[in-house]
Design a protein around this ligand. Structure first.
Ligand SMILES: [Zn+2]
Length: 252
């Protein structure tokens, strides 16, 4: 399992790699915002990533969710036993996180693809990290209001439906960064290419809507992408979205 990889991308802005998935930590004084939370088995990696930056789970001001898939909310029940903090996402995704419904690829979707390059190693790693567990987050609530959130990093929620119906990206204007969740990723063990790309269609609830959400991201002022999967990516957002569109068209 090892240690989390913590990459600073701007003042108080860190991308952390856990088990085949990332989360983002935004620090300000004695408080942090955590965006996404890894697999259930990543709980100690989340805690370790905070500790390496000088923080304890009790100092989490809030957790924001891009979307409620197990690789992004898995450690939340455990973290909520270590500290008291609100959990926010879009109104739609809050219902998903509470598991009023489920929009996620099934084990069968994965099993039928195990012959493809990268899938077996990836599926073993995520199974060890608790990918088949049933996690719900009853604490998930909609954002308190529109616009920038009064939290470390002042993240601005950007609705980007597609990968899930209530998926949200987070713009960090002060850092010139964009947390893209699974709307725009930069790598995945099951993907043959690296750099900006869409998630493999079967992982997405509505691949066409995911593609359309790139139009929402494109005009934002950010020159670094903090994705749900793959390394941080620096460069004009327009080029990143164009590359992702091209690759999506080529593999369709
Ligand atoms: Zn994901």
């Amino acid at each position: 399992m090892g240690a989390p990889t913590v990459t600073q991308v701007a003042d108080g802005t860190y991308l952390v790699g856990g088990t085949e998935v990332n989360w983002t930590v935004l620090t300000d004084g004695d408080a942090v915002t955590l965006i996404d939370a890894g697999y259930p088995g990543d709980e100690h990696l989340v805690v370790e990533s905070l500790r390496s930056l000088g923080y304890r789970p009790e100092q989490i001001a809030a957790v924001l969710i891009t979307h409620a898939h197990i690789d992004h909310v898995g450690s939340l029940p455990g973290l909520l036993r270590r500290g008291t903090f609100p959990v926010h996402t879009s109104e739609q995704e809050a219902r998903h996180a509470r598991r009023e419904y489920l929009e996620q690829a099934t084990t069968l979707d994965v099993v039928t693809r195990l012959w493809r390059p990268g899938y077996l190693g990836w599926s073993l790693a995520i199974t060890r990290a608790g990918a088949t567990k049933h996690v719900r987050v009853p604490e998930a609530r909609p954002f308190p209001g529109p616009g920038p959130l009064d939290l470390p990093g002042h993240p601005v929620p950007v609705p980007t439906p597609g990968h899930t119906s209530g998926h949200t990206c987070y713009h960090l204007p002060e850092a010139g960064a964009l947390v893209t969740g699974d709307t725009l990723i930069t790598g995945h063990r099951t993907s043959p290419v690296s750099g900006p790309q869409l998630v493999t269609p079967f992982f997405s609830h509505d691949p066409a809507a995911t593609l359309a959400s790139l139009d929402v991201l494109e005009p934002l002022a950010a020159d670094v992408i903090l994705p749900g999967h793959g390394p941080a990516h620096r460069g004009p957002l327009k080029e990143a979205t164009a590359l992702a569109r091209e690759r999506a068209a080529a593999t369709r």
